[in-house]
Design a protein around this ligand. Structure first.
Ligand code: GLN
Length: 493
């Protein structure tokens, strides 16, 4: 088989099953690609070459046995966002404060991937503690998108916080990757890099062993090359886990099969509140095009209203920092990670946290502590929680009428590194179409749908009812078929 790294996950699994390629050959092809690209893209913060080859050899040995039933991901080389704890392999969450933290345990999601035969290539760069939209808050430096504007040498952001995951998938450095999404961190980087990103229903994937950012919003999901690949990966990542009390005791549906479902007769909602000021006409037009694509395949389009949308970002940027300030209290230099000695205990705490956390994380901790403090709690935190309830109600009302909702994924295409890093509000505005699904706990997917005039990918988002990823996959596959998006970043590395 030629050009192994360009294969989709589905094609690679099929190739291994038919003995056209071994997992070791695939794994070595990816390791070579990573070696060549990573000095330029900075997508991986740790490459686990030896472990990858050992896992690949074990997979090949499994496949060589007669009469065995193939594991769902047997031999598939994947990248893992560095927010997932991996036993015996440094897991940093993109932060100095975790330093050389080597977890003595494996996250449930990654454990399930290894159970299903996948191979770990390494750990992927990300915004520090997943706080960011451009991968520029990482203690390991930003990730460069494999995409560039034609004729330009300027480095673009792959999006964030799962920028390493998106860049690695888009640049063919792995067959697929894990990611997490608290306010858009799977879907926005997918949109910026021409890849597919799925945030499932809150509770679909276990959060156990994933470094916590905002626990009521965090969800794991895959970034993949195609909708079908995303469905295959989510099938392994999802499932009930008694170690996470918010994990849902629900059977995992056959997501892959759902990709083949027709959208005929499905009612698709188009929310008027998502037409925001300053959105490029190209994105508006693509949205209209997406509506037409679904309509042509038999879906019925309905205009809907999600009236509290405009309060979603402000509510998110209160709730997420509030939870973060509490979750990040554990990094005190005492038990693991960075410790900077002071003259007494308090000063050791202060110095460890001041040196260990970057500026954006410190900003979130300050905001979070403020909105939770006596006197401000009612004015900010409690109000934000009420807004969150209204936003969830908006969706409940809408889903009484429609089966899925179509929106753009992000209000712009990828921007240049440095372009927005000085202005947190500008950065936060990126999440305007994605945070609502987190606040309401709903599944959402981003599908690459077109290139803009500057040659950069744009994504469309489908949001579904809680636990109805199947309809989301069906709609996404329909968009994928109609869009025929095959563009790839031209290697410059
Ligand atoms: N960009 C958002 C933030 O900075 C979302 C991040 C995420 O989903 N992890 O909080």
């Amino acid at each position: 088989m030629s050009d192994l790294t360009a294969l989709t996950l589905a094609a690679a699994l099929d190739g291994m099953e038919k003995k056209r390629v071994s997992s070791l050959e695939l794994t070595q092809a990816f390791l070579r690609a990573i070696e060549a690209a990573n000095p330029h893209l900075n997508a991986f913060v740790t490459v686990t070459a030896e472990r990858a080859c050992a896992m690949a050899k074990a997979s090949d040995a499994r496949r060589a046995k007669k009469g065995r039933v193939p594991l769902p991901l047997d031999g598939a080389p994947l990248g893992i966002k560095d927010l997932f704890c991996t036993e015996g392999v440094r897991s940093t969450a993109g932060s100095r404060i975790l330093g050389n933290f080597i977890p003595p345990y494996e996250s449930s999601v990654t454990q399930q991937l290894w159970r299903d035969g996948a191979v770990m290539l390494g750990k992927l760069n990300m915004d520090e503690f997943a706080m960011g939209s451009s991968n520029e808050t990482s203690a390991f430096g930003p990730v460069s998108s494999p995409w560039r504007k034609p004729g330009s040498n300027a480095s673009l952001t792959p999006g964030g916080s799962s920028g390493g995951s998106a860049a690695a998938v888009a640049a063919d450095l792995c067959l697929g990757a894990t990611a997490t999404d608290t306010g858009g961190s799977i879907r926005q980087p997918a949109a910026f890099t021409g890849t597919v990103g799925i945030k499932p229903t809150y509770g679909r994937c276990s959060r156990w062993g994933i470094v916590a950012f905002a626990s009521s919003l965090d969800q794991a999901g895959p970034i993949a090359k195609t909708v079908e690949d995303g469905a295959i990966l989510l099938g392994s990542m999802a499932g009930h886990d008694p170690r996470d009390s918010t994990s849902l005791a629900q059977a995992v549906p056959d997501f892959r099969k759902a990709c083949g479902r027709s959208v005929k007769g499905l009612k698709i909602g188009v929310p008027k509140e998502y037409r925001v000021d300053g959105m490029p006409a190209e994105i508006e037009n693509l949205w209209t095009q997406g509506v037409a694509w679904l309509q042509e395949q038999g879906a019925v389009i309905r205009d809907i209203s999600l009236p509290h949308t405009k309060y979603a970002l402000p509510a998110y940027y209160i709730i997420a920092p509030a939870e973060a300030s509490s979750n990040l209290a554990r990094y005190d230099g005492m038990r693991y990670g960075l410790r900077v000695e002071g003259k007494d205990l308090t000063q050791t705490y202060e110095k460890s946290r001041a040196e260990g956390f970057g500026a954006e994380v410190q900003r979130r901790i300050l905001i979070g502590a403020y909105v939770l403090s006596a006197g401000y709690y009612d004015a900010y935190y409690l109000r934000a929680q009420k807004v969150r309830a209204r936003i969830a109600e908006d969706f409940t009302t809408a889903f009484a009428e429609v089966d899925a909702i179509l929106t753009p994924t992000a209000p712009s295409a990828a921007f240049a590194l440095g372009e927005r890093s000085g202005d947190p509000i500008q950065m936060y505005l990126n999440d305007v179409f994605t945070v609502t699904a987190n606040l309401a706990g709903l599944p959402g997917i981003s599908v690459p749908a077109a290139l803009d005039g500057a040659g950069l990918p744009l994504g469309l988002q489908v949001i579904g009812r809680a636990l109805d990823e199947e309809t989301v996959f069906a709609c996404a596959a329909a968009i994928e078929r109609a869009a025929g998006f095959t563009a790839k970043a031209k290697p410059w590395w």
